[in-house]
Design a protein around this ligand. Structure first.
Ligand SMILES: Cc1ncc(C[n+]2csc(CCOP(=O)(O)OP(=O)(O)O)c2C)c(N)n1
Length: 589
């Protein structure tokens, strides 16, 4: 298959080396700063809004960048490189950090040999996520320093400082971005790369082998390190006081700082960039220097709780601000102690693209009245009306395992189906499938194989046979993998063969075994070939609306109740033809 724009890298290598000012997003700026810091290894699994960090880094020859198969793997490869003596970086979205929590917690104990940066991008407002967690808590839980830049330029600067902190204190360092910082762009004055030689492999079993006796001693070191970092937090330039008006003083961090400055340019501000460990003395001194203290932060009361613990009297936000994104216009409301007033969103409803192969699958599943255990990917849109045919979605990989649980609760209900995307199956569906076979589970799992990670912008994965740079890689053959797990019934079929596909599901649902159907048809953004739009014979149309119920952006209802096909949008997939029983729609001759 030809690579097209969908796959094209965001960076043009020739422009990366020489220019001194680059127009970069927060993700890219952070990547650039890491590159200049002598970064050698960068690992990630895609996840909005963090994807562009390692995508950007893959454009530098000096950096060994990879799409790893999931976040735990990415974290461990990057940690391994840092233990091996090469500066390294791991990037993920907030929920990705949950997947990597096991190695993360213990990496705080082992420490590092060369600088190691953990970049996590939170998504307040859930622009593209299944929850709205505030990852700042992880820094307290794991006892790791936390840095929060408020702009792309700061992300560029902060990562350089983070490498120094990492090596000075022998610790992984967490850098937390939020969507607004990760995805906004500005001119960043860039420098050149400093080469940092790779250190020798460390011969220190007591530091890197975390068995109980060694780990206990390392835990003592971790506590000591946090104390040392607290002292550093008091004096670092990352935590700055902007002393202006002595009436109103804000304590803030991250993008919230910019919202404060926009609304109250003359107020004093304690801007925390090394947010954890807290700089208690600086906070107390600042609070004493102003008449009224206001804490401004997005999501959880992370700063608020600590400022309260310090016995400081301050204005904190109403609980209505604990959910959703903070907006610049909310700051005066918080200062005045008011509640949030949410305006209805004008955002259009998300919908599967025209011609999307997932639409065929959900149309068939709805017709067969199945109960569908879903997963995360473009196909989660199968839950939106009028398709409304995906009934659970929790986290990546759960399409397979929740399916098993549902069947254990309802052993005789053969209408329960699990669906999962190809990238998600490799990420964490495979272990669930092995579990299902091992524990003799029954049912039907459909792998929606569109040959890409579409939801996050079309990244490659092991089954596409290409790596992060677009070069050929070993191609994982999903049907072989599934068979080797012990699944006896493995079918591979394009859902574009609609009737055949529907009959296949029907047949597998009737059986008393575990089967996997690989619904293989490339994403429309990978294969952009189009066929002519179907022909519509209004005289045969019964205005039944079945063609509208497939939720295709290419079909709409006219004022007189008939339909029209938008030939600009239509890809000629002909799903509407398949479902039109009066045969008013027919394949273009
Ligand atoms: C733990 C975690 N990591 C990453 C993401 C971001 N994400 C959501 S779905 C997805 C993969 C989608 O690819 P695929 O399963 O192939 O489905 P498609 O979107 O192509 O239909 C990714 C990377 C996430 N939600 N959770």
């Amino acid at each position: 298959m030809q690579k097209n724009n969908f796959y094209s890298k965001i960076n043009d290598k020739s422009s990366l080396k020489e220019v001194s000012t680059l127009f970069l997003s927060g993700d890219e700026a952070l990547g650039r700063g890491a590159y200049e810091s002598g970064l050698r290894v960068a690992c990630a699994y895609p996840g909005t809004p963090s994807t562009e960090i390692v995508q950007h880094l893959s454009g530098y020859d000096e950096i060994d960048a990879q799409w790893s198969v999931n976040e735990k793997v990415a974290f461990e490869v990057a940690l391994g490189a840092a233990v091996g003596g090469a500066r390294s970086l791991y990037a993920c979205k907030h929920v990705g950090l949950n997947v990597a929590m096991d190695p993360l917690m213990t990496s705080a104990y082992t420490g590092i040999n060369a600088g190691f940066i953990i970049v996590v991008c939170d998504d307040p407002g859930l622009h593209s996520s299944q929850n709205e967690q505030d990852t700042r808590w992880v820094s307290i839980y794991a006892k790791l320093p936390l840095i929060e830049p408020s702009s792309p330029s700061e992300a560029y600067e902060c990562v350089k400082e983070a490498f120094l902190i990492s090596e000075k204190f022998d610790t992984p360092v967490i850098i937390r971005l939020t969507t607004r910082v990760a995805h906004s762009k500005e001119n960043v004055n860039c420098g050149i790369r400093t080469e940092i030689p790779v250190k020798n492999l460390p011969l220190d079993i007591s530091k890197y082998v975390m068995v109980p006796g060694n780990a206990y001693k390392r835990h003592i070191q971790v506590e000591k390190r946090i104390e040392d970092l607290s002292k550093y937090s008091e004096k670092t330039i990352l935590n700055t006081v902007e002393k202006l008006d002595s009436g109103l003083g804000f304590i803030t961090s991250g993008v919230s700082y910019l919202y404060v400055k926009e609304n109250y340019p003359d107020a004093s501000v304690l801007k925390l960039s090394l947010t954890y460990p807290f700089c208690d003395k600086k906070i107390i001194d600042f609070a004493k220097s102003v008449k009224k203290v206001v804490v401004i932060e997005e999501l959880d009361p992370f700063l608020e709780n600590h400022v309260r613990e310090l016995g400081i009297d301050f204005i904190c936000k109403d609980s209505s601000f604990k959910t959703g994104e903070l907006k610049p216009e909310y700051i005066p409301l918080i200062v005045e102690g008011q509640k949030k007033v949410e305006k209805p969103s004008g955002a259009r409803k998300p919908v599967l693209c025209q011609g999307c192969p997932h639409r065929f699958v959900f149309t068939a599943l709805r017709k067969l009245k199945t109960y569908v255990s879903g997963d995360i990917g473009c196909y989660t849109l199968g839950a939106t009306p009028p398709l409304s045919s995906l009934h659970t979605c929790v986290c990546m990989g759960a399409g397979v395992t929740i399916h098993e649980g549902l069947r254990r609760a309802h052993p005789d209900n053969k209408k329960i189906v699990g669906v999962i995307g190809d990238s998600t199956f490799i990420h964490s569906g495979i272990t669930g499938l092995i579990n299902a076979v091992y524990n003799d589970a029954k049912g039907v799992i459909i792998i929606l194989d569109n040959s890409t990670t579409a939801m996050t912008g079309g990244q490659d994965h092991p089954a596409t046979g290409r790596n992060i740079t677009g070069k050929q890689a070993h191609k994982l053959v999903l049907e072989n993998l599934v068979s080797s797990c012990g699944v006896n019934n493995v079918d591979v079929l394009s859902p574009y063969n609609y009737k055949e596909f529907e009959n296949l599901i029907k047949q597998r649902l009737s059986e008393d075994s575990l089967s996997v159907i690989i619904a293989r048809e490339p994403c429309r953004l990978v294969n952009r070939d189009r066929k002519p739009a179907p022909q519509y014979d209004q005289s045969k149309c019964k205005k039944c609306g079945i063609c509208l119920s497939i939720d295709c952006p290419g079909i709409s209802k006219t004022e007189n109740g008939f339909i029209q096909v938008n030939t600009e949008l239509c890809t000629g997939c002909n799903l509407c033809v398949h479902v039109c029983s009066p045969k008013a729609l027919r394949i273009h001759e």
